[in-house]
Design a protein around this ligand. Sequence first.
Ligand code: HEC
Length: 182
Amino acid sequence: MFMRKSLIIASVLLSVHTVHAQESRFGEPATDADIAKRFWSVFPDGQFLPEGEGTAVQGAELFVDNCEVCHGSPEEHGIADALFGGIGTLGTDKMLATVGSYWPYSTTVFNYIRRAMPYTSPMSLTNSEYYAITAYLLSANGIIDEKAVINKKTLPKVKMPNRNGFINAYPEIPDKYKTKFD
Ligand code: HEC
């Protein structure tokens, strides 16, 4: 009996070990496909924006369902950061830094909300849904028309009001690390 039990335990341990070794692929170099699965960055110039598209009209509804509970609406701020308004207030006593008034790149809006929002379930929407919500945030801030189709071609062309409000804090950065905007 004792023998039998320890045999069972040994074989269970062995199989757990084998499965684990297969899944972790420890020591193997990551393939391009492995990296692609975890690469979520979109650059300011729009590089690595995915396929998909959406309009502010579609995004307005998605915003109500997924974002408004925390961020409120253009009419009324919620408990989390204000996302609307404040354009022209930077540097005044009434400064309100929002996506519309402060952020220098439209592409960063897509990049940020896809990787971080909704706060409790980031990356849970489709790329087209994130494009639509990005379009809504830009349109509700008066930056684009509500019917504009936002995708990887059109989004980088949207110029944010505070595009020139930032200075390069690291002018000594070698040219090879600079983006085309520096
Ligand atoms: C459960 C509450 C919650 C929900 C839902 C939520 N957010 Fe947020 N959001 C936050 C919090 C909290 C922060 C601040 C996060 C931080 O500073 O790390 C934030 C930050 C942001 C910011 C950055 C604001 C700034 O100026 O720095 C944006 C843009 C944003 N959220 C958009 C969205 C969008 C779009 C959705 C819906 C897809 C969404 N959020 C849903 C809580 C929420």
